[in-house]
Write a protein that binds this ligand. Structure first.
Ligand SMILES: Nc1ncnc2c1ncn2[C@@H]1O[C@H](COP(=O)(O)OP(=O)(O)OP(=O)(O)O)[C@@H](O)[C@H]1O
Ligand SMILES: [Mg+2]
Length: 219
């Protein structure tokens, strides 16, 4: 039986994100490096709640056109190198083409940009990494138990869990299950979920209890 599986892009990106984005300051570093690389003369940085609510970087560098904006958040897309030889003559701060894709996979990101001498007012691209990615992750990491498939069992498993102050997931419980292995499968997927952004009350991290419906449907 083959046991090796290709990770879906969304999960690979979240793993890579753990390397690039350890804390909000890593996001600030990556975005400021991009601004410096873009040749900006003025860079403005706006931060709310130590970067947990908002990190806003404005620069007057070269900017991106519509096509660049569509490409910039894919993994390994960069304007800074073309081949391995370029690695020996690097003058830029970034080159791996991973920062924006990593940040996008764990945040709600919006980029507005324009270039000089264009008639357009500029373009905006919005990426909702958070919840959408969570459901994508669940969809891809859960497999339908054979037993449930054969018995035609379908429906929603409600998994309750707590996101601790440090973002870790604890106290996983099935509050309504459908049996035939589905409950265990849903619990396992929640247990292996990437760390969450901890909840907040008046700027302070708090424990938050969540209930997540995991849908098992036969196609
Ligand atoms: N502020 C910016 N102004 C203009 N172009 C930008 C800006 N930020 C990003 N870009 C473009 O998007 C591309 C992707 O950025 P990203 O930070 O993901 O990768 P990188 O800087 O090439 O490499 P690294 O992952 O090492 O930072 C950049 O190569 C650049 O072309
Ligand atoms: Mg960069």
């Amino acid at each position: 039986m083959s046991v090796i599986k290709l990770l879906p892009d969304s999960v690979a990106n979240q793993i890579a994100a753990g390397e690039v984005v350890q804390r909000p300051s890593s996001v600030v570093k990556e975005l400021l490096e991009n601004s410096v690389d873009s040749g900006a003369k003025t860079i403005r940085l706006i931060i709310k709640d130590a970067g947990k609510t908002l990190i806003h970087v404005l620069d007057d560098g070269i900017g991106m056109n519509k096509d660049d904006l569509k490409k910039c958040f894919f993994r390994h897309t960069t304007s800074k190198i073309r081949n391995s030889k370029d690695l020996y003559s690097l003058k830029t701060m970034g080159f791996r083409g991973e920062a924006l894709s990593s940040i996008a996979s764990v945040s709600h990101m919006s980029i507005i940009s324009n270039q000089e001498n264009t008639k357009s007012l500029g373009y905006e691209i919005k990426l909702e990494g958070g919840e959408e990615k969570l459901f994508e992750y669940l969809g891809k990491s859960i497999s339908y138990p054979q037993m449930a498939k054969e018995a035609g069992v379908k429906g929603k498993v409600y998994v309750q869990f707590v996101v601790e102050k440090n973002g870790a997931i604890t106290d996983i419980k099935i509050i309504r299950g459908i049996g035939s292995g589905c409950d265990e499968e849903a619990k396992k997927a929640v247990k292996n979920m990437p760390k969450w952004e901890p909840g907040e009350q008046r700027g302070k991290p708090v424990r938050v209890r969540f209930v997540l419906p995991v849908n098992f449907s036969l196609r």
